[in-house]
Design a protein around this ligand. Structure first.
Ligand code: AKB
Length: 332
C-alpha cells in the first residue's frame, strides 16, 4: 500500500536535491514571516530558518516555521548557526528603519552597519548567496525624484539611508573583490495586513487600513500630496524569490530599484473611501514629512523589468481591495 502519494515523493526529492537552505535575519519584522512561509512552500519546510532576538509570537508557532535566536552582532553565534544548519543563502532583514533610526542613531549604526558587515563577512567565509534589501530612503533631496533611476546621485539625509547606501556599496565591493553572490533590491514602502511595519516613514499606508476598519478616522502625519512609491507585500516577497533564483551571470547589476505604484495620502484615502464611505482623514504633520520630502516620488524600475522580468501584480485599486478583505478575515 502506498502511504505517500507519488506527488509528495516527487516534490520532496525535488526540494531535497535543488533547494537552498535559507537563514532569514531580523525575521520577526514586516517581511520575515511571509517570506519564510513562501520559502517553505516552495522548497520544503526544512529549507528555511527564521531568526531574530525576540520570542516568536503564536502566529509563528502555529505556522511551524523553524525559529532560532540570532543576534546579527554576534558573529560566532551566526557562524555556528550557518555550519550546524548547512545554510546556503542569507536573507538579511535586520535593520532599523528611517523614523526609528533617527531616534537611536548609535543602535542604527550597530545594527545597520556592524550587523550588515558581519553578514557580508559570513557570505565570504561560507560562500553564501546573500540578499540585503535597500530602500527608496537610499536617495536624498539632490536625487531626481520623479522618476528616480538606479544609477544617480545618492545623498540621503537619514541615518537609515546613509547605512543603506553603505550596504549597497559594500555588497557590490564584496561581489567584485571576493566573488560573493550579493543581491540587493531597493524596496518602496511595503503594505501588509498580517504584519506591522517597524518604524518607517511609509507606515501611514498600513495604519490607514486598520483605522478605516476600526474607528473610520485616520490622522495622517504626512501632507495630503506627499507622493511615495509603494508595494503590496505579496509582490515584495515574490520579487525576493524571483530575483534570488535568477541566474547570476544574467544580472547586469547587483542593486535594482523595484516598485509597483506611487500614491499620496489623499489618493489612498479616496480609494479606501470607495469601500468605506464614512472614512475621515485629518492631517497632523510630524518630523517624518521632512524625510518623505527628500525621497523619490516615482521609482524607475525599468532595469529590473528588463533584466529579470520584474512585473508586480498589485496597483492601488487591487491593493485596497486585497488589504480590506485580508484585514476583515483576520479580525473575524
Ligand atoms: C521606511 O519608511 O523607512 C521604510 C522604507 C521605505 O525603507 N518603509
Amino acid at each position: 500500500r502506498l502511504l505517500i502519494s507519488p506527488y509528495k515523493i516527487l516534490s520532496r526529492n525535488l526540494s531535497s536535491s535543488s533547494s537552498p537552505k535559507v537563514l532569514i535575519t531580523g525575521g520577526l519584522g514586516q517581511l520575515g514571516p511571509g517570506l519564510a512561509t513562501l520559502i517553505s512552500q516552495r522548497y520544503g519546510k526544512d529549507s528555511v530558518i527564521l531568526s531574530d532576538i525576540v520570542k516568536p509570537n503564536k502566529e509563528i508557532e502555529k505556522k511551524e516555521i523553524n525559529y532560532l535566536y540570532a543576534d546579527v552582532l554576534d558573529l560566532p553565534n551566526l557562524q555556528q548557526i550557518i555550519v550546524n544548519n548547512k545554510i546556503d543563502w542569507i536573507i538579511h532583514f535586520s535593520a532599523l528603519l528611517s523614523a526609528v533610526g533617527e531616534k537611536n542613531v548609535p543602535l542604527a549604526l550597530s545594527v545597520n552597519v556592524t550587523g550588515m558587515q558581519n553578514i557580508l563577512e559570513l557570505a565570504k567565509q561560507f560562500r553564501l548567496k546573500v540578499f540585503i534589501p535597500s530602500t527608496i530612503g537610499a536617495f536624498g533631496p539632490e536625487s531626481p525624484r520623479n522618476p528616480t533611476p538606479d544609477l544617480t546621485i545618492q545623498r540621503p539625509k537619514t541615518i537609515y539611508g546613509v547605512t543603506k547606501v553603505y550596504a549597497e556599496l559594500l555588497g557590490e565591493y564584496y561581489s567584485k573583490k571576493f566573488n560573493i553572490d550579493f543581491r540587493c533590491l531597493r524596496f518602496p514602502g511595503i503594505i501588509s495586513a498580517d504584519t506591522q511595519p517597524g518604524g518607517g516613514t511609509t507606515d501611514y499606508a498600513v495604519k490607514i487600513f486598520h483605522d478605516a476598519l476600526e474607528t473610520k478616522k485616520f490622522e495622517c502625519y504626512l501632507k495630503a500630496d506627499t507622493r511615495l512609491p509603494m508595494m503590496y507585500i505579496d509582490d515584495c516577497l515574490n520579487s525576493v524569490i524571483q530575483f534570488m533564483e535568477y541566474p547570476s551571470e544574467k544580472l547586469n547589476q547587483r542593486t535594482y530599484n523595484i516598485s509597483a505604484m506611487s500614491f499620496t495620502p489623499e489618493e489612498i484615502f479616496l480609494e479606501i473611501k470607495k469601500h468605506i464611505p464614512e472614512l475621515q482623514i485629518d492631517y497632523k504633520i510630524d518630523s517624518r514629512q521632512e524625510i518623505a520630502d527628500s525621497w523619490p516620488q516615482v521609482f524607475d524600475d525599468s532595469n529590473a523589468r528588463k533584466d529579470w522580468n520584474w512585473n508586480p501584480k498589485y496597483d492601488l485599486p487591487n491593493l485596497v481591495e486585497k488589504m480590506l478583505s485580508e484585514l476583515r478575515t483576520i479580525n473575524k
